[in-house]
Design a protein around this ligand. Sequence first.
Ligand code: KG4
Ligand code: ZN
Length: 362
Amino acid sequence: MRYSLNTQTVLALETSCDESAVALLKREQGKLHLLANRISSQVHEHARWGGVVPEIASRRHLEDLPFLVEKALCDSFLDFSDIDVVASTVAPGLAGALMVGSITGRTLAALHGLPFIGIHHLEGHLASVMFSEEPPKPPYLVLLVSGGHTELISVVNYGIYKRLGTSHDDAAGEAFDKVARLLGLSYPGGPSIQKIAKAGNAKRFLLPKGRVSKPGGGFYPYDFSFSGLKTAMLRKVESIKNNGDDLPVEDLAASFQEVVAEVLVDRSLSCARDNELSDLVMVGGVAANQRLREMMMERSKEHKIQVHLAPKAFCTDNAAMIGAAALIRLESDWISSSLEMGVSPRWPLEQASKFYQVDPPF
Ligand code: KG4
Ligand code: ZN
């Protein structure tokens, strides 16, 4: 085991959902270098079922991961003697899928006498901003929008998080996926809606912005709800069909995308402003959405908030972000996880530091 705080090379694995991914990253004098980044997407296999099938996901990870590790090593001209640490996503996600990446990571670590680091998938998404042109320094606000999460998180310092907003029902990506299915578009819904919305009129349909009421009156200012919007889309589609008219899929997709982007942008900017955070980061699969990116950049100027966007290729699931999260953790402390640590389908981001206790939390 080599202990060098100046230069570290990590082999990172990601298998929490439907992308099998392997990356190699090096941190040298405070700078991250991506040496290899391999992704094998399973979306086409899941598309025929309209969503992710956990059993298929696990099987595919198992088949693909060894080849991806080999290819990543070839791409980077490295072998295991150059690697300092192995990192795998251990929570949250599909249990069987997580297990494949975690067992592969722990086995490789044990075989080569390397430390193992379990990474929280959302901490990985947060770290994807390290691949942006100008990564911010904490404190900053993050809008994390993926298939499973819609959260506003204050990064007080690396590894120290405070959740300021969340969705009370569907995540934004989930809403994209469900509405796409309603409109007869393919899975994953986000890219399908974005593509067809280009030809649509975003102002044609007025849709609800989904406020979350407080028990004593008023609204939670930074929380989200997408179920009302989903129902409104369903009603529109039903009434158009009942009238015997053709479905204006382009206009419906564009109006839906516009209202989701408005809600995400407005609430994120007011959260940043109210909490005196002048840097705002946007990460996760939905952050790849072009209309959302444009609107966020445009409106942030009025509020004098600097927006940092992860490059689109690093918004959807990948292993480079998992490696970046591991290197950030290692920069402040030489941590590692127990080889006996398993996986957890649900685990709060705020408690990710427990992955580095002597007694593993799961
Ligand atoms: O981060 P991610 O790859 O996986 C999770 O951790 O969930 O996010 C996947 C989600 C899916 O719901 C997908 O429809 C959405 O991100 N997504 C998009 C776009 N690309 C992916 N949503 C809107 N616009 C996009 N261009
Ligand atoms: Zn993800």
